[in-house]
Design a protein around this ligand. Sequence first.
Ligand SMILES: Nc1ncnc2c1ncn2[C@@H]1O[C@H](COP(=O)(O)OP(=O)(O)O[C@H]2O[C@H](CO)[C@@H](O)[C@H](O)[C@H]2O)[C@@H](O)[C@H]1O
Length: 523
Amino acid sequence: MGNAAAAVMPDELFKGASRASKGVQLRPTPPAETGHNILFVTSEITDLVKVGGLGDVSAALPRALNQHHSVRVLIPGYRQVINSGRPLRVVGKLPGHAAIPPCLIGQMTMDDGLIVHVVICQELYYREGNPYGDAEGIDWPDNHIRFARLALAASKIADGLGIRDWRPDLVHANDWPSGLTPAYMAWRGQQTPCIFTIHNLAYQGLCPVECRVELGLPEEALRTEGMEYYGKLSFLKAGINYASRITTVSRTYAHEITSPAFGCGLEGLLRRKADEGLLTGIVNGIDTSWQPKTDPRLIQGFSPNDWVGKQANTRYVEQSFGFAREDGPLFAVVSRLVHQKGVDLTIAAAEMIVAHGGRIAIIGQGERELEQRVQALAQRHPGRIGANLNFCETEARRIIAGSDFLLMPSRYEPCGLSQIYAQCYGSLPIARRTGGLADTIEDGVSGFLFREPTLEHYLQAIRRALNVHRHPVLLNAMRCKAMAAPLYWHQSVRPYDRLYRRLIEHTYDSFALPGRRSRACSK
Ligand SMILES: Nc1ncnc2c1ncn2[C@@H]1O[C@H](COP(=O)(O)OP(=O)(O)O[C@H]2O[C@H](CO)[C@@H](O)[C@H](O)[C@H]2O)[C@@H](O)[C@H]1O
């Protein structure tokens, strides 16, 4: 496992955190030999705990960036992380602040060498449930404290505290749970640049203004130029306002969020940032485990023009969902079951799909009401529509591999990963022309796009897909095209690399910090 440290049991880990009332000033980071030191702050990483696409990106992007830099990940020490079975060694401790309790900083190393730092704070993170809520899906009432703890830890680490012998040249924070990171950094007068990436603008991390005291925020946080959002405090807005640069996960979404239809009330601020050249879109990639020929999770591998293995996966899906073995098209839904993803549109379109001999395999979980509607749909169409409400990566991969089409009628989609996975496995996405879907699917070539989020437009696109399914030569050609150039991260990583370098160089130039420039990357 590449980590010399012995595993520390949870009880031992949590001892000491409550004693950590003062930060420890550590030695400055030695010059990086192969690149800059980057701290990637996130609330999910697929290796340990995942709720959706952020987990996938947090697992893949730091690894891809590690070709150019020394990237370490910082995440909260949820129960799933502490109990992962990986050796976890305590490397430092950090003090509390206002109502934010002290914490320990742990370090674990993934099999491939990726270093993950863990914010260990039993009272905040060691719970049943997912990163954001309990087993019933109800948000934790102290989420503001939980994620302020994460952000504060990141800002202290940027100060050279908490991790011995390592300090970031740049901090990369992601989504509202790490939105306070650039804010705490700014309020502490730190000059280390901080990028804030928006994976989904709709999740804002709001709390009452009264929480200011608990979070130990300065007066200026309450201003519109701070994190005030319609009478509340917004962690997401803090990220946008205080970061050196804002990125989001596709070019089209970067443009869309400057408009009222997609801006969630932040469009004015985002338009200003875009006009100042501070907001850019960098499309996500996928990790290289997505290989149709060699993926060990598939029933059988396959490649363009050789569909025997793909059919084996189709047969598997038919069996596991209790579908009759037929020639009708197999549609897949691999999605969090939430309003964003247009699951209700798919429910409405299902009758037509079934009437044309189609089958629909659904895997995902999410909002209780949508889960119930999906279940009821499957019960109305036994043998033709099936729902698996226990998300499982292996099953998801087999369903994608075995399907002909992926249904993804998202109302908005910052980037979307499922449609990229689907194309890689020769399943043609049927998706709304929005955000990253518009940027990663070629209409009529590698999938089918429709413009308006209405049943009528969606059904038109599904009809086009059904028509292609009736023409094997055409279907074959589109599958080959979809599989031809998978969007792996190594292609998407360059823009991040350039942005990191530009910001670090610019920061060191502006502040002319002695000795800092020597830490610049040689690549
Ligand atoms: N119930 C479930 N439990 C666990 N995993 C599940 C799941 N349902 C689906 N998944 C998996 O989660 C991933 C979905 O990623 P997406 O990017 O499509 O959407 P998500 O909305 O979560 O991500 C947000 O962040 C990503 C990353 O930037 C953006 O691409 C996207 O547009 C934005 O909405 C896939 O790996 C899928 O297999």
